[in-house]
Design a protein around this ligand. Structure first.
Ligand SMILES: NC(=O)c1ccc[n+]([C@@H]2O[C@H](COP(=O)([O-])OP(=O)(O)OC[C@H]3O[C@@H](n4cnc5c(N)ncnc54)[C@H](O)[C@@H]3O)[C@@H](O)[C@H]2O)c1
Length: 479
């Protein structure tokens, strides 16, 4: 069944790069009624998409794509996707280089291939990849050099940074807080306002599986210069990373002074100037964006001889936080050689299979170094880990419960709902030593008969009396 388009004048859109961002963008715009072609150089991905399979795990995305019908198609051929498109989104990866700068080679290649296939009429090229300030101008240069019969004002480059969170990508894309559109010329931005009209007006029929939240009206449209839009994306991610590092730094002090980070965060986060979100203490941030974007911002500063000490500190605290998890384990198990450690959660956060810069990676690597036997489980990321984490040593567990059997300790690395909902009081009975490191502070109350270690919480390692309150769940999931 194909969802009826809500638009009077649908546009033709090409989305270059069909990863987490490209797929979400393609599905969103096709859902609004535009004609969308998703393009990727990875032929396996394109073949999967043509078969109706998703190359990534993202809740609800498959259902949304299914209702788009023939408004959504896939190709690996620039010549069949670009000439016809009114708007071309570039959504390729910009992974970090060893020095922290983003690797722009995929972007350069995509921009060149786009440029070679432009049609000489008014087309808008939109940078959705996260790129350093000034990259939009560079893409304009690439178009000048490579577009056939280039004439000024035929093309516009616009920056439209993406703010979706993996795991809730559809919700974030359909009901965003803001839409940032950066351009140095009003034509490109005007075309994007037309493209995004259903999003801005919120006059589309909300998909049944991603309902419009009560009270939500519309996103704020933030129209800026190209360079400001590019900076907004980095500054937003850097600030969120900073908040998490701040919570972790305070959590460390809480442990020392016998205060409780959850209480402290509730107390400070209820101040609207501060806000509760992204103040969760735990194993630290991870994923494809925060580490990469903070490093990129620091390295941009270095290019200009401008030090960014606050961001450098946020990165340092994040690294320290990852080391803390194994240190907490050592506090209870001491020598880890030969000990069996269960790791629950491999992806950097719940509801995604994305393993990029996941704290679980560093934890498993450290446990390998220390000679522990690692038994790992993740509800959706294990297949991907088989491909991407071949250098790590661990045994796969069929379920969270199975991972715990005979283990000397378990580390709850990712706050998957099913881990929080495990009957922990029963599960720990199957362990050789019932040591639970809750690296995401999701378990509440005591753990009768076990040792529960959390981050920045009071009453660490205090086994509760059997008659004590049973473990219950924290109502609000983190991040
Ligand atoms: N993943 C997120 O949560 C998120 C959120 C906001 C912004 N971003 C930014 O969006 C960009 C994309 O991120 P992602 O997570 O979707 O990346 P991804 O690695 O999941 O996907 C990138 C895709 O681009 C394809 N590609 C590479 N070179 C290509 C080329 N020359 N032509 C066509 N396709 C090409 C790859 O095959 C891959 O499928 C990055 O800059 C990232 O920082 C990501």
């Amino acid at each position: 069944m194909s969802h009826p388009p809500t638009l009077h004048s649908p546009l033709k859109v090409a989305v270059v790069g069909t990863g987490y961002v490209g797929l979400g963008t393609a599905a969103l715009l096709a859902y609004f009624g535009h004609q969308v072609v998703g393009l990727d150089i990875d032929q396996d991905k394109v073949a999967m998409l043509r078969r109706g399979e998703l190359p990534i795990y993202e809740p609800g995305l498959g259902e949304l794509m299914a209702v788009c019908g023939d408004r959504l198609r896939w190709t690996d051929d620039y010549a069949s996707a670009i000439p016809d498109a009114d708007v071309i989104f570039i959504c390729v990866g910009t992974p970090p280089l060893p020095g922290g700068q983003p690797d722009l080679r995929y972007l350069a290649a995509a921009a060149q291939d786009v440029a070679r296939n432009l049609n000489g009429k008014m087309q808008v090229v939109v940078n959705k990849s996260t790129v350093p300030v000034g990259t939009g101008d560079w893409v304009t240069r690439i178009i000048e050099e490579h577009a056939p019969d280039y004439k000024a004002h035929q093309y516009n480059v616009v920056s439209n940074p993406e703010f979706l969170r993996e795991g809730t990508a559809l919700f974030d894309s359909l009901y965003p807080d803001r839409l940032v559109l950066g351009g140095n010329n009003e034509h490109g931005v005007a075309r994007l306002l037309e493209l995004y009209a259903p999003l801005i007006e919120q006059d589309f029929e909300a998909p049944a599986h991603v309902p419009r939240p009560a009270g939500y009206t519309r996103p704020e449209v933030v129209a800026t210069s190209l360079s400001s839009a590019e900076m907004i994306k980095y500054a937003a991610n850097a600030f969120l990373a900073l908040k998490i590092s701040f919570a972790n730094e305070i959590a460390g002090l809480c442990e020392r002074v016998d205060a409780d980070i959850e209480e402290v965060v509730r107390g400070i986060g209820s101040d609207t100037r501060i806000g509760r979100q992204f103040l969760s203490a735990g194993a630290g941030w991870g994923g494809s964006c925060f580490g990469k974007d903070t490093s990129a911002l620091i390295s941009t500063g270095e290019e200009y001889g401008y030090d960014m000490p606050i961001l450098r500190a946020a990165v340092t605290i994040n690294l320290r936080q990852r080391q803390l998890i194994v240190a907490k384990l050592q506090k209870h198990l001491h020598r880890l050689q030969g000990k069996r450690v269960a790791v629950l959660g491999m992806a950097f956060k719940p509801n995604t299979d994305d393993l990029r810069d996941a704290p679980a990676h560093d934890t498993i690597a450290r446990l390998n170094e220390l000679g522990a036997t690692v038994v790992a489980h993740d509800p959706v990321a294990m297949e991907r880990a088989r491909r991407e984490w071949g250098h790590l040593k661990y045994v796969e567990a069929e379920s969270a419960g199975a991972a715990l059997v005979g283990a000397d300790a378990v580390i709850l690395m990712t706050e998957w709902k099913q881990y929080a909902e495990l009957d922990w009081n029963e599960a720990v009975k199957t362990m050789r030593q019932p040591v639970v490191i809750d690296a995401r502070n999701v378990l509440r109350g005591g753990l009768p008969g076990g040792t529960l270690e959390r981050i920045g919480r009071r009453g660490q390692s205090q086994p509760q009396p059997q008659s004590g309150p049973a473990l219950h769940l924290k109502p609000e999931a983190t991040k």
